[in-house]
Design a protein around this ligand. Structure first.
Ligand code: C5P
Length: 398
């Protein structure tokens, strides 16, 4: 997907600049040509020599380098690329970009370019959460700048939280998506994910153990193949992937409404673990013990079956409707029956018995049930299951 793509990579001055070296390698492995630009601050973290050696290209550093202007001016440099990537994008660079400042080579290129720009922010958690940075981020997104990361985790400064630059494979995937000529280009795919929370009272709810990991991985894999993804997610414990349209919901009813609003779609994948029942007599105030020792009686009402509704909707039905079946016994029989009952095209079935470690774990072993029968896939990381499934979806829509 990246073969012969030209990427102008601006390396800002942050500790994550070391990851930019690996990014250059991975991009070149994918066949991309990387033209590196190193800011003054970036030079404090990585050397021009290592950058140009890995890129096998001259590294551009100075706006007023007359030789460069004679060979290739800043306007041309900013336009000869297919995509401009800023990694790491520091708080300072983001602020300058958001305000349209152009005091050095990197910011001049960013202002002069007519190509799409992808940034990978990296900074201390307080700097990331500062209203000024969040304001700049919102401005950049409004200007059409794409953003990958930041991730949550331990940081070089010793703090913990959002601010870590996205990992290199994630940046490579985002670059692929930004260049957007995968097999799902121009397609809209809807994905539901995560558990639902069904309130008992304002502070308590009924939930399930779904982490949302498989749904998030699938949304990311569909994005990587160029799809526009509407990602309707309950309160999951893994973050939504970047570069998808996130619609966050809590209850099954909200999920059903969000799905209806997101249609039409070319394909819809229902990976959410939706509660079958909601509490019909949820209390408006926090329930209290009444001193009698009698437990409260909860009454339940059935939730809408979102998958069945969409699979059986007739006009406006997505061409491909995929359901998931989490079972703990006789997986194929149950899943095959479920496919027929729900009216969907495929069922991705898995065994979620506690001993499999699948629910909440990093791996999945699935059976794909289609009109051709059941296919058993080997146990694979959830990201790989997602990638294979996304490719199958692309095939089905081709
Ligand atoms: O019936 P069961 O919950 O086992 O079916 C699982 C499939 O149905 C999943 O794809 C799930 O996302 C979907 N589902 C739904 N709405 C419900 C219940 C399940 O979309 N209320």
């Amino acid at each position: 997907m990246l073969a012969d793509k030209r990427i102008l990579l601006i390396i800002g001055g942050g500790i994550a600049a070391y990851k930019a070296l690996d990014l250059i390698r991975r991009l070149r492995e994918h066949g991309a040509r990387v033209t590196p630009v190193l800011t003054r601050a970036g030079e404090e973290f990585v050397t021009p020599l290592s950058v140009s050696a890995l890129a096998a290209q001259k590294v551009y550093r100075d706006l007023f380098d007359l030789t460069d202007e004679a060979e290739m001016g800043h306007i041309e440099l900013s336009r000869a690329a297919d995509l401009v990537v800023v990694a790491p994008a520091t708080a300072d660079l983001m602020g300058k970009m958001a305000s349209g400042l152009a005091g050095d080579l990197a910011t001049t290129l960013l202002l002069a370019t007519d190509k799409r720009v992808l940034i990978a922010p990296s900074m201390n958690v307080r700097m990331w959460e500062h209203p000024a940075t969040q304001r700049n981020l919102a401005q950049l997104q409004a200007d059409g700048v794409m953003v990958v990361g930041p991730g949550v985790g331990p940081m070089a400064c010793g703090e913990f939280g959002p601010g870590r630059m996205a990992e290199v494979p994630e940046i490579v995937a985002a670059i692929g998506a930004a260049l957007g000529d995968g097999p799902l280009k121009g397609r809209h795919v809807l994905v539901t994910s995560g558990p639902t929370h069904e309130p008992i009272d304002p502070v308590r709810y009924i939930a399930n153990r779904s982490s949302g990991a498989q749904g998030a991985a699938l949304a990311g894999a569909l994005r990587d193949l160029g799809a526009r993804v509407s990602f309707v997610t309950g309160p999951a414990s893994v973050p939504a992937p970047m570069g998808v349209d996130v619609i966050a919901v809590e209850t099954a009813q909200q999920m059903a409404d969000a799905v209806a609003a997101a249609l039409p779609a070319d394909a819809a994948v229902f990976a959410a673990a939706v509660a079958d029942w909601r509490v019909a007599n949820a209390a408006g105030q926090k329930m209290k013990k009444d001193g009698t020792g009698r437990p409260p009686m909860l009454e339940f009402a059935e939730n809408p079956d979102i998958l069945a509704r969409v699979a059986q909707m007739g006009e406006g039905r997505p061409r491909l409707v995929v359901g998931f079946a989490a079972e703990t016994e006789t997986v194929v029989d149950h899943a095959t029956a479920k496919r027929a009952r729900k009216g969907c095209d495929w069922i991705v079935a898995n065994d979620v018995s506690p001993e499999t470690g699948i629910m909440g774990g990093a791996e999945n072993a699935v059976m794909l049930i289609t009109d051709q029968g059941a296919e058993s896939w080997p146990r694979l990381p959830k990201a790989e299951v997602a990638r294979r499934l996304a490719l199958r979806i692309a095939d089905a829509l081709a």
